[in-house]
Design a protein around this ligand. Structure first.
Ligand SMILES: O=C(O)CCC(=O)C(=O)O
Ligand SMILES: [Fe+2]
Length: 330
């Protein structure tokens, strides 16, 4: 099944070979017009760091429930969301009725306390919440998020090449990109559980780019554009990357935001550590010029991260997510 999902080798790019982007661009274009997912290999992220991040996710969720509830999910989309704490409605693929069978914790970029956005209380710019009794957890989460951000920013010029843009076209829009690190725990579901009892119901991500570390425990499946659901293949030493709704809107529907879902009937606990990367807080996502033609006029007015996320999370949103808010990471 790996045949369905293109594999991009990053070695030439990371080695600085001059024609690397020219060669990767068409591969990415094919991935995002035919599948919506691609693998990357030779990405330069140490396997030990990935292992550590998975272990940190397991340690976090092994804490007593009270410790996790002490850092409740908030209006910045930061903190802990308990089991069955949300139901996929927005971006839902089929009529989803049951809450998601996972618990998750969300972290964003650390901003200095005197950062203007912190001082003015801008949404999605608040402080991370950290567990009080997990030595080393914060360091690992930040190291992993840092490695993912570096990797994500290396990938962005490939998107420009794929879209027929100058290779630095996105550069001033990804100077300090928004991101979310999500650490999810999917308890094992009984083999007899109903079909529609999802670990994570079918959805499209909100992100520009989602980077997902390979999971030793299966459970993720992907809906190809022809409607077939395939199990995500686990290729050693790779990351699986997909695009979300922001990429789809920004590219005026040229690129796919492919639905996917999780069920964990493996008999083991499953953890996942997706990293969702978006553009800068202030960047304006106006339809990419090469994606606008007389036959495909702009489908959306220009928008920002904040506008998109406010709309996505529901306008009337207090300190807690409104009941039924869908939450797929970023
Ligand atoms: O658990 C996984 O493998 C994928 C998770 C996912 O799709 C998400 O968090 O948006
Ligand atoms: Fe997802």
């Amino acid at each position: 099944m790996a045949d369905d999902i293109p594999i991009l080798d990053l070695a030439p790019l990371l080695a600085g070979e001059p024609d690397a982007l020219e060669r990767l661009g068409p591969q990415l274009h094919r991935a995002f017009t035919e599948v919506g997912f691609y693998f990357i290999r030779n990405h330069g992220v140490p396997a030990a760091l990935i292992e550590e991040a998975f272990a940190a996710a397991a340690r976090f969720h092994a804490q007593p429930l009270e410790a996790k509830l002490a850092m409740p999910f908030n209006r910045d989309n930061i903190g802990y969301l308990p089991m069955r704490g949300n139901t996929t409605r927005m971006n839902a693929v089929d009529g989803i009725k049951k809450p998601n069978g996972n618990e998750a914790v969300f972290f964003k970029r650390e901003l200095p306390e005197d950062h203007p956005d912190r001082l003015s209380g801008r949404r999605f710019r608040g402080p991370n919440q950290w567990p009080a009794d997990l030595p080393g957890f914060r360091e690992t989460a930040l190291a992993y998020a840092g490695a993912m951000e570096t990797l994500g920013r290396r990938l962005v010029p490939i998107y420009a090449a794929a879209l027929g843009l100058p290779h630095d076209w996105f550069e001033d829009k990804f100077r300090e990109p928004m991101f979310t690190l999500r650490m999810t725990h999917y308890p094992h579901q009984a083999p007899t559980a109903p079909e529609d009892e999802w670990g994570l119901a079918p959805h499209a991500d909100t992100s520009f780019m989602t980077i997902l570390a390979q999971n030793k425990v299966p459970g993720l499946s992907i809906r190809l554009p022809d409607g077939r659901w395939i199990d995500a293949p686990a290729l050693d030493g790779t990351f699986l990357v997909n695009g979300g709704m922001m990429l789809r809107r920004w590219t005026n529907h040229t690129f796919l935001a492919t639905p996917h879902r999780v069920t964990n009937r493996s008999g083991q606990e499953r953890y996942a550590i997706p990293f969702f990367m978006d553009c800068d807080y202030e960047a304006v996502m106006a339809p990419v010029p090469t994606c606008v033609t007389p036959e495909n006029p702009p489908r959306y007015p220009p928008f920002t991260y904040l506008e998109f996320m406010n709309e996505y999370s529901g306008a009337n949103y207090g300190d807690r997510p409104a009941a039924g808010v869908a939450l797929q990471g970023a």
